[in-house]
Design a protein. Structure first.
Length: 498
């Protein structure tokens, strides 16, 4: 039922896909083996694109720094024509790069996603840079006085952010693996935007609850002891109380500063209770402090960490890189263990047995997730060619194939193979019964026919015995598969509880 429900669901973001994906009834502009396609998808071109992004980012930061420093020192803002030509050259390069990417993907391309998944971000940066160039040439002396240039330059952060997003995908696999931590941090931060919105809403509700109560309490204190139109001296307790807690918005702001560490909550507590004995306000403030620092902030931190991990687990590139890196580390550990066992040649069974006498060697094999209690069987399973010796390739592939315990997938494969074998044996038994019935029919028989019937009867009994044994093995496999599925269900339940 769940599968049918998923199949019947309409595709998500169908409107966005219709607007972004284009298909033309035409042949590709470049063949698969063309030089243009090879250049556009090469590692060198990717590095060149990344260098261009970094140069553009540096020019944005330098131009903004020089212009704002001139205003800070009360000087006339120069034109900085050098930055004009750098921006013009970089914008031309990025436009040509996008045109080349679309031409390579033609006749089907995605205007918003693209091969890297960041085409929309790059498109917005190109539009902003184009508007910056238009403003530079039309309002050369109006860096901050021109409304058009001022508004457009405020979005220059998109070009700086583009460098941060593009850098982890620049170059080949080795360069991407070397900056994999940066990619992890970027993806984790990107996955916390939606939880940030919901956590902000929850914090706003909590601040509203406590702020409303405290505003009511403070207003009651002031109104009960003072006339409505009385003006308090600047340093009086009443003025300080109203400065920090006068009104719902001020109460919420003071509570927010307390929550985020922008103000000392002890000072705010003194202003709250310094004018008159306010037991209800003091209790409410202490409840807010305890609830915020013990429950709220820890819960928000846990939610953000969980969301970051969930985002990374769902990320395909990260999952592939992590799996490849884990397999590479595992094979390097297997290679190191093989080198310790061998003297430069193949490993014999006695070499493996002698090597595993050392407790450190057994610990190394256990880190490889290999069973060290049945060394002889392990050696026979690794010796694929039956040469009574294992080379490095056989040992490494054997470690990958034999590590760990049998999973549900392995048991399911075995279950299907057994079902096929049982069906084939049943068909053979039926054929033998038919042949036996023909041979045992009363007639003038030759001795060879009688002997053949006896042999067939013996073979039939043997096949029936083998069929019974396979059925019993199939039952055991089904029980093991059920236990494995139950263990997985319990593990998933515990994970959800955690």
């Amino acid at each position: 039922k769940c599968v049918l429900d998923v199949l019947s669901e309409p595709p998500r973001n169908q409107l966005v896909e219709q607007l972004s994906k284009f298909r033309f009834n035409a042949s590709p502009l470049f063949a698969e083996d063309s030089k243009v396609r090879k250049i556009a998808t090469s590692k060198l071109y990717s590095i060149m694109r990344g260098i261009a992004v970094m140069i553009d980012t540096a020019s944005v930061i330098a131009e903004t720094t020089a212009s704002t420093d001139a205003v800070a020192h009360r000087q006339v803002v120069p034109r900085f024509e050098m930055f004009w030509y750098i921006a013009l050259f970089m914008c031309s390069f990025f436009i040509l790069d996008m045109v080349l990417a679309l031409a390579v993907e033609f006749p089907r391309f995605d205007l918003f996603v693209g091969r890297t998944g960041q085409r929309s971000f790059n498109l917005f940066a190109i539009v902003q840079q184009t508007l910056v160039i238009i403003g530079m040439f039309n309002f050369p002396d109006g860096r901050f006085t021109s409304t058009f240039r001022s508004v457009v330059h405020r979005f220059s952060f998109l070009r700086v952010l583009r460098a941060l997003v593009t850098l982890p995908r620049m170059g080949g696999k080795r360069l991407q693996q070397s900056i994999g931590e940066l990619y992890i941090m970027i993806r984790a931060l990107a996955g916390t935007l939606q939880p940030l919105v919901w956590c902000s809403c929850m914090c706003a509700f909590i601040l509203s609850i406590f702020g409303t109560f405290l505003a009511e309490s403070v207003a009651r204190q002031i109104s009960r002891l003072n006339p409505p139109t009385e003006v308090f001296p600047e340093e009086s307790p009443q003025a300080m109380l109203l400065s920090d807690w006068g009104g719902t918005r001020r109460c919420m702001y003071s509570l927010l500063m307390t929550m985020l560490g922008g103000a000392d909550w002890g000072d705010l507590f003194n202003t709250l209770t310094g004018y008159e004995s306010a037991t209800d306000s003091a209790i409410c403030f202490f409840v807010f402090i305890c609830f915020t620092f013990i429950a709220l902030l820890n819960t928000v931190t846990a939610v953000f960490i969980q969301c970051a991990f969930m985002r990374l687990e769902k990320d395909r590139v990260f999952a592939v890189q992590r799996e490849v890196q884990e397999k590479r580390d595992y094979l390097m550990a297997a290679k190191e263990a093989f080198e310790h066992m061998s003297d430069g040649g193949n490993v014999l069974q006695k070499d493996m047995v002698a090597y595993l006498q050392d407790p450190e060697a057994r610990a190394a094999f256990q880190r490889l997730e290999l069973d060290t209690d049945q060394v002889e069987k392990l050696f026979l399973l690794m010796d694929n060619d039956g040469s009574e010796g294992i080379n490095l390739q056989e040992f490494m592939t054997g470690c990958l194939r034999l590590r760990g315990t049998a999973s549900c997938v392995h048991l399911e494969f075995l279950h299907q193979d057994l079902k096929f074998a049982i069906k084939a044996l049943a068909d053979m038994v039926m054929m033998l019964e038919d042949q036996n019935e023909i041979l045992t029919t009363p007639r003038s028989e030759s001795p060879s026919s009688v002997k053949q019937a006896q042999q067939l009867g013996i073979l039939q009994r043997g096949l029936r015995l083998l069929s019974d044994q396979l059925k019993e093995l199939d039952i055991n496999v089904q029980e093991g598969l059920s236990r494995c599925q139950a263990d997985i269900a319990v593990h998933e339940g515990l994970s959800r509880c955690q």
